[in-house]
Design a protein around this ligand. Structure first.
Ligand code: NAP
Length: 308
């Protein structure tokens, strides 16, 4: 039973291999690109594809993602081979905590207090919001629901936007193109958790950002290419956006000279909101290997037509 490991960008390779070997001693793990005869390969564990990666893998049973997003390889999946996302509660909690932190940073006026502290100023900022403040979550799947329920517990009114209609109770739901305009119009805090697909790439452009309430805050934890970055900068310049917290940018890494780095209204982290944990991840991958070998459906299958 041979697995090819190409997890670069999603967890430490050596940790992945150690955990998988502990759970499945019968698994032979080969590192990309030294994979020997590709016809031996039954499983590929990866985050991003490479040219010719799947060539000659005539015995491939399943492709297993080392991360929650599959945009790095979904376009290259061989026909007829099932693929699965990594849906890890550990990662969801990490993502949700990062997003809650970002929302609270803005909602509790931390940028203004940091500025005051630097100048030794003791002055209350107006913080008394007696109505629940509105958070819109673009892409309310596994991570969005976890994040939304934490924010709802903290008193926010949360609406999740999805492709299909969903019961997200206690969160509200909007879906489709009409739902997006409504969600943008009411979101004081806009959180992006959409997968990167042909439908979502460039979704947040100048026209859509202009629908947000004046001074809204934008928080992106999914993929940088979902927002048109120059339109994001223009929305910050015009005051349409009051600030942004970005874990993801276009491109990554963000070049050292990019003006986003120096903006006082933008906070940047280097794609660390929900890093892959090979210890919890390996157990989920091992379960899908077991399922594939038993002829059972994989958990969290990728739909290659939808792209996520
Ligand atoms: P998920 O469970 O697949 O949820 C995706 C959500 O997006 C679903 O609600 C889906 O709608 C919605 N969606 C997809 N295409 C849409 C469209 N065209 N219009 C409207 N809604 C659409 O994914 P997840 O596990 O929550 O992960 C979300 C993303 O987070 C990943 O794809 C990845 O890019 C990112 N991520 C980032 C990090 C990091 O460290 N920054 C870590 C982990 C994940 P339906 O419910 O109708 O299907």
């Amino acid at each position: 039973m041979v697995l090819v490991c190409k997890t670069g960008g999603a967890g430490d390779d050596e940790q992945w291999k150690a955990e998988l070997r502990r759970l499945m001693p019968e698994l032979e793990i080969r590192d990309w690109p030294d994979i020997g005869d590709p016809a031996d390969v039954e499983f590929v564990l990866l985050f991003a594809s490479a040219p010719g990666l799947f060539d000659g893998m005539t015995g491939l049973r399943a492709v297993l993602s080392a991360g929650a997003g599959v945009d790095g390889f979904v376009g290259d999946l061989p026909q007829g081979v099932p693929a699965a996302r990594l849906v890890d509660p550990w990662m969801q909690t990490a993502m949700a905590a990062w997003i809650v932190h970002a929302v609270l940073h803005f909602s509790r006026n931390m940028p203004a207090y940091a500025d005051q502290q630097a100048r030794g100023v003791w002055r209350e900022q107006f913080e008394a919001h007696f109505e629940p403040r509105r958070v819109g979550i673009l892409g309310c799947g596994e991570i969005g629901r976890r994040t939304g329920s934490l924010l709802a517990d903290l008193g926010f009114r949360v609406t999740g936007w999805t492709r299909t209609a969903r019961d997200l109770a206690p969160l509200e739901n909007l879906h489709g193109a009409a739902g997006l305009d409504e969600l943008l119009g009411e979101s004081e805090f806009l959180v992006c958790l959409l997968p990167l697909t042909p439908e979502t790439e460039g979704l947040l452009d100048a026209g859509r950002l202009a629908r947000l309430p004046e001074g809204a805050f934008f928080i992106n934890a999914s993929r940088g290419r979902i927002v048109v970055q120059q339109d994001l900068v223009a929305a910050l310049d015009s005051g349409r956006l009051g600030g942004a917290w970005l874990d993801v940018t276009d491109p990554e890494p963000l070049p050292p000279g990019d003006p986003l780095w120096r903006r006082p209204d933008v906070w940047i982290t280097p794609h660390v909101a929900g890093v892959t944990n090979p210890v919890t991840g390996a157990a989920l991958v091992a379960e899908n290997i077991r399922r594939a070998r038993a002829g059972e459906p994989l958990t969290h299958p990728v739909d290659r037509n939808r792209g996520y």
